[in-house]
Design a protein around this ligand. Structure first.
Ligand code: 4AD
Length: 478
């Protein structure tokens, strides 16, 4: 169905067979003996070279064949005369689907900054860098579904619009159909949400976990993979207002099983990308190496493939929050007062602390467990000491937290106590609490931020460059 992709054509044995190419012009080069057109259709990082003889086409037609224009080329697939490619196409005919004016098409063949490309997100998939990222993103998404399907998990579609704040963080986008110019009021003067679409306050979900748990209490092993939304005003290279999260939730899994699954899951999907995205990863590795040439030796990064293989081949370091605090207290930057934020039992680790543990101390991914209850969500299972909860965060070099998860509190009384403690109205999550009354079971789960995974695998520096159309404060173009 449809035309053969350039990826497929490049793999054919050339013997002069007729072929049709459809794609966008990357470059056109004219020499005394020939005209070379490099065409790309996004199926691969590689262009196919099409060659015409001088005088074969009118100057008028050739003027419309410019970088960015879209062509249909018919011709014969032959062994390439030049180096750099095995096959090329001897052109018989050119049809121009769409021109791209040289003076106004922004993607001319030269290096553009990532900041500039972000402003033209409608066109940036046509660059080598972004097409490589998007193909890798696709491969990882496919690998996620394959991973869980192969292991008996069911894909559960949790709602996008919810009335609960799963993380209790209060950083939600409101969903309403009320007329903001004429808000209905109660007798007390508050906004009357009874008149809103759902008859109550509603928001975009921050996590599918709570509904995911309901699924696990029936199907045993489920996962979600959907968009989540956070209205946190974080202008960082690691935060988006709209990001995709994968949340497996498993009945009869304790914290150890949860950690084993998280580690195996990340390693398996990275391995899938290593095996299936070789050309794109090689391209991005070279791109990073080029960038690094301008940096001093000690700031250069490990080659991308070496970094990915290292993560796949080595066990993640596992330790408790309490042990991590001890390491930080004994660390050189703490003793020399180099950390910006204070260290002590009970603190919420800041990114400098996490980076020290992962990048300086252990030099590998780390799973931190058993955090103080005060700094973690209400649904995490209380440890026997009453002070810590069975939480786990997976921390990655250059990324920070890539996974957050826990064993869940399965005891009704303890959960209700935590709900009151953090100030959630139990009425709003009566259905969640009921699962602890009817056939409760030990269970665990976690959330992997998909863009943070793509960031790690592509080696890119900014999360806004690994999602097609990023959403962040003051930006919702495209
Ligand atoms: O640690 P978080 O907030 O955990 C949860 O939402 C739990 N309900 C997950 C669960 O147990 N089912 O978020 C999980 C992950 C983080 O580790 C991070 O990778 C990613 O989601 N994340 C973000 N990614 C991009 N932009 C943001 N603003 C993110 N916030 C969290």
């Amino acid at each position: 169905m449809g035309p053969l992709q350039i990826k497929e054509l490049l793999q054919q044995t050339p013997d002069g067979q007729s072929v049709t190419l459809k794609g966008w012009v990357r470059t056109k080069r004219e020499s005394k003996n020939a005209i070379f057109i490099a065409l790309n259709d996004g199926s691969t990082i590689h262009n196919i070279q099409a060659v015409a003889a001088p005088g074969q086409f009118s100057a008028e037609l050739l003027l419309t064949v410019t970088t960015g224009s879209c062509l249909k080329i018919t011709g014969q697939l032959v062994a390439s005369q030049g180096s750099g490619q095995a096959v090329e196409v001897k052109i018989d005919d050119i049809f121009v689907y769409g021109t791209a004016d040289v003076d106004s098409y922004p993607l001319q063949p030269k290096r553009h900054s990532l900041e500039f490309l972000r402003e033209i997100a409608h066109l940036r998939p046509r660059t080598n860098t972004f097409s490589a990222i998007l193909r890798i993103r696709h491969a990882l998404a496919f690998a996620v579904h394959k991973y869980y399907n192969d292991r008996g998990f069911f894909y559960l579609h949790t709602p996008i619009i919810t009335a609960s704040d799963a993380e209790g963080a209060g950083e939600m986008f409101r969903v309403t159909t009320l007329d903001l110019e004429k808000l209905p009021r109660t007798d007390e003067g508050a906004i009357n949400f009874k008149e809103d679409f759902f008859g109550r306050e509603a928001n975009l979900t921050v996590s599918g976990q709570l509904e995911g748990e309901l699924g696990a209490m029936a199907l045993s092993k489920i996962y979600t993979f959907g968009p989540t939304f956070r209205a946190e005003n974080s202008n960082t290279t690691r935060h988006l207002a709209e990001f995709w999260m994968i949340e497996p939730e498993m009945a009869f899994f304790e914290l150890e099983d949860n950690m084993d699954l998280a580690e195996d899951f990340i390693k398996t999907v990275i391995t899938y990308a290593l095996e299936n995205c070789k050309d794109d990863l090689a391209f991005l590795e070279n791109r990073l190496a080029e960038e690094d040439k301008n940096k001093p030796q000690n700031e250069r990064s490990i080659p991308l493939l070496e970094k990915l293989n290292f993560v796949v081949e080595n066990a993640f370091e596992r330790l408790t929050y309490t042990e991590a605090i001890d390491i930080l207290l004994k660390s050189k930057p703490h003793k020399e007062k180099k950390f910006q934020y204070p260290v002590g039992w009970g603190i919420d680790l800041s990114s400098e602390h996490e980076r020290y543990l992962v990048e300086k101390h252990f030099k590998k991914p780390v799973i931190l467990t058993n955090y103080p209850r005060e700094i973690k969500s209400f649904y995490m299972k209380l440890d026997d000491d009453g002070k810590t909860v069975r939480a786990m965060d997976v921390l990655f070099p250059g990324i920070g937290e890539i996974i957050g998860g826990s064993q869940r509190e399965d005891n009704y009384e303890k959960l209700l106590e935590r709900v009151h403690e953090v100030g959630i109205d139990p009425e709003t999550i009566w259905w969640y609490l009921e699962t602890r009354k009817f056939g409760t079971a030990p269970h665990s789960g976690f959330g992997l931020g998909f863009e943070r995974l793509v960031l790690f695998v592509t080696g890119m520096g900014n999360i806004r460059d690994v999602i097609p159309f990023p959403r962040y404060p003051k930006s919702a173009e495209f």
